[in-house]
Design a protein around this ligand. Sequence first.
Ligand SMILES: CC(C)(COP(=O)(O)OP(=O)(O)OC[C@H]1O[C@@H](n2cnc3c(N)ncnc32)[C@H](O)[C@@H]1OP(=O)(O)O)[C@@H](O)C(=O)NCCC(=O)NCCS
Length: 289
Amino acid sequence: MGSVRYAFRFGSWKPTKEEWMLASRCIQKEEKDRIAKFHFANDARAAMCGRLLLRKVIAESEFTDILWQDIKLARTDKGKPYLEDKNSIVDTDLATNFNFNASHQGDYAVVALESSWGCGIDVMKVEMPTVRVEEYFRLMNRQFTPAEWKTIKGAGTGKQQMEMFYRHWCLKESYIKAIGIGLGFDLQRISFKPETLTLSPGTITIDTQLVLDGCLATQWKFQETKLDDEHFVAVALRRPLGKESEPSIVPDFKHLTFSELTSSSQPILPPDEDYWNNFNKKRDKPQRK
Ligand SMILES: CC(C)(COP(=O)(O)OP(=O)(O)OC[C@H]1O[C@@H](n2cnc3c(N)ncnc32)[C@H](O)[C@@H]1OP(=O)(O)O)[C@@H](O)C(=O)NCCC(=O)NCCS
């Protein structure tokens, strides 16, 4: 399949010693070291699952010829992970733009893989702000265009407005992640126009349009859904240059168990009991309701 979507609920994953040690052996050393530095346990679990998801989709893809333990993920100067060994991408017309992206926030880590369309993904958990919704929106004013604020503020109750806010946030981040840049992009250049106002788990909504620098950006497609009542997810897809086709299938997210997440994994690093002891002392960051 040219398109893969997986989700793993790390928020309710309480790793056993064996699970955490297995996970930490199956990622690259620099990523293991980076994850060790997180203060909160849920941030460490989130980043760990993001890495495992990336390796899983690459190792299992029909468009690659590479084993889990041989995968070497590098990052662009802006931090976007990519597969270092381009020779391991199978040479088909479809796989000319083989790429992937991961996101982790709230309780979920997610990944999208595409064989030919460029992609970026973002997941967001809806949280009510600690200040009044109107005040929060005033503080965030520059993040969205006047047209987007009209949609957000017209969504109904405060909770519904916050849901529309997070949906738009996901869309913007998915776009930013597809083009691979981070901070510094002028968010006023992109404005989303959702056609379907309500998203629901199990249904992929594909009719949101992007206005880029004042013009309808028809080379971009967006796939949106909710993973559950609280989590929005958006996948931004950029049409490959010179291709007229639409994305062939619109895949829903497969929710993985830990054993599915690690089903293709192979240890790269030796066992490290201290790594578990370090993680086991950490606590989750308190979450807002
Ligand atoms: C880099 C950036 C895009 C990551 O987004 P985020 O929402 O903080 O984090 P996510 O959980 O969605 O994604 C993190 C993962 O994306 C990937 N990633 C990192 N940098 C990336 C980049 N420049 N492009 C694409 N993917 C990137 C990595 O896999 C990362 O996980 P890891 O570092 O644990 O391996 C973000 O830091 C950023 O700069 N965002 C723009 C800020 C902004 O203006 N947002 C307003 C939207 S309204």
